[in-house]
Design a protein around this ligand. Structure first.
Ligand SMILES: *Cc1c(COP(=O)(O)O)cnc(C)c1O
Length: 464
């Protein structure tokens, strides 16, 4: 039996040249920990009577290095999204453009004019950046950017309806996922939730009756990832606004997805647009930055100047304000809309507007270069809590590996990991959501994962 006492001391291992390299890369404390952990593991195996040969010092340090590599492996890392879901919430929603991010790298790695006015040399306002662009784009009197749309809703309700009546239809008391339930957020703000209508139907009269008592706000929430079908009714939004305004009550429209472009131009259902909501008379409209806008995580509030000013003054506004990363990424994204170049410059709109022919060509190219699978007709979805059940036609590469789960696991172990969609025992790879610059890596990953299957190495992977 090997004896634990034959194991080298930590100090002697640290003298080793290899250890110096680890210290330089990972720091002394972490290297020391990894070596101690490795020695402890060896000691335990020996005491358990396992037949192991005493490793050389180099071998122990090699094992410590593996531990360090594993510990420093980032948990937040780039992946290839081959699922065909454009706004995949679990995969970070909207990817940002490489060109834009290169521009931001310069800005964010230096000091900047976040709250500095170059003209006067005095303190400036962070609201002159993205917020000015949003105003130009939507024609709204004022705008405010906060951490995310959930924060925008909570903040607007807190500032405008705390302790007062806020009216909303029962058909809009939805949960959009990730723990965001419209009624819970309304209660959290301190508003007195006034539910009207039924789950499937609400009339203008329901609004008018509720408005007879003094109220602070009428709220409309977009159904998002939920579809109301069959015997349903919701009055025209402009009519709701008119009824509210007749009583001097403002209307808050939580749009969720925040489309600035008309989704029906791409063969999808029409998603309510920010401009339309303002045109219908909404006093405040809020939406996400990283859904159909295609920018960074943000919550954007636009509308009447006095109401936005009131919201900005609320103490919560400081707690949920947007940072320079968000404001900078939002500004470059919004510029693309102003220049009417979203379809070639904002990744999610490049994907949504991708011509079918081009998708087919890419799928065929993948098949040819792998020499495997077949090209099938399939559908992509938009996702991100918008356009439920709506699909875009696409072509995908379909592989039929013998061991489905093992193959998918192998794909997830590639660098970068590949996330695909499974349908009827096939693994589908949809070119729509695979960024062109990731295509080379995808093909290498696929070839490797296929080779692992062919070489019978799946068994071992499965046991891990
Ligand atoms: C997605 C969504 C939200 C939350 O937006 P986040 O930016 O994810 O915080 C709020 N309301 C509606 C209607 C939504 O669809």
């Amino acid at each position: 039996m090997t004896n634990p006492r034959d194991l080298p001391a930590v100090d002697s291992l640290l003298q080793h040249k290899q250890a110096a390299e680890l210290v330089a890369e990972y720091g002394r404390g972490q290297t020391l920990n990894a070596i101690r952990e490795e020695l402890a593991a060896l000691r335990e195996s020996m005491l358990a009577g396992e037949e192991i040969t005493l490793p050389k010092n180099g071998g122990i340090l090699e094992a410590a290095k593996k531990r360090l590599q594993k510990q420093f492996q980032p948990t937040l890392e780039a992946v290839i999204n081959a699922t065909g879901v454009v706004l995949h919430t679990n995969l970070g929603r909207a990817p940002l453009s490489t060109v834009d991010m290169q521009q931001l790298a310069v800005l964010l790695s230096s000091y900047n004019t976040l709250e500095f006015d170059l003209e006067s040399g005095k303190r400036g306002s962070r609201s002159v950046h993205a917020e000015a662009l949003i105003r130009r784009l939507t024609g709204a009197e004022a705008a405010l950017v906060v951490n995310n749309n959930a924060a925008a809703v909570l903040l607007a309700l807190s500032a405008l309806s705390k302790g007062k009546r806020a009216i909303i239809s029962r058909s809009q008391l939805v949960e959009i996922g990730g723990g965001f339930r419209v009624p819970d957020v309304m209660r959290q703000s301190g508003a007195k939730l006034v539910e009207i209508g039924t789950t499937n139907r609400v009339n203008l009269q329901d609004y008018e009756e509720a408005l007879e008592e003094p109220s602070a706000l009428v709220v409309r929430a977009h159904h998002s990832n939920f579809k109301l079908v069959g015997f349903t009714h919701e009055p025209d939004f402009a009519a709701i606004v008119k009824a509210a305004h007749a009583r001097g009550v403002p209307v808050l429209d939580d749009l969720g997805s925040g489309a600035l472009l008309d989704t029906s131009r791409y063969g999808l259902a029409h998603e309510p647009m920010v401009q339309e909501s303002l045109a219908a008379g909404a006093d405040l409209v809020c939406f996400s930055g990283d859904k159909l806008l295609g920018g960074p995580q943000a919550g954007i509030l636009v509308g009447k100047a006095d109401l936005v000013a009131k919201v900005k003054r609320h103490p919560l506004a400081r707690a949920v304000r947007a940072d320079k990363f968000c404001l900078a990424a939002l500004a470059v994204t919004l510029e693309h809309y102003l220049k009417e170049e979203a379809e070639r410059a904002i990744p999610i709109w490049v994907m949504i507007s991708a011509p079918l022919k081009q998708l087919e060509k890419r799928a065929r190219h993948w098949q040819a270069s792998l020499g495997a699978g077949e090209v099938v007709e399939s559908v992509s979805t938009v996702g991100g809590g918008s356009l439920p059940e709506e699909t875009l036609p696409t072509y995908a590469l379909a592989l039929r590996p013998p061991k489905l789960a093992a193959f998918q696991k192998a794909l997830r172990q590639m660098s970068p990991p590949v996330i695909a969609r499974v349908e009827n025992d096939q693994v589908l790879f949809d070119p729509r959501t695979v960024l062109p610059e990731q295509e080379g890596a995808l093909l290498v990953g696929l070839a490797n994962a296929l080779a692992m299957g062919a070489g019978g190495r799946f068994k071992k992977e499965e046991q891990e």
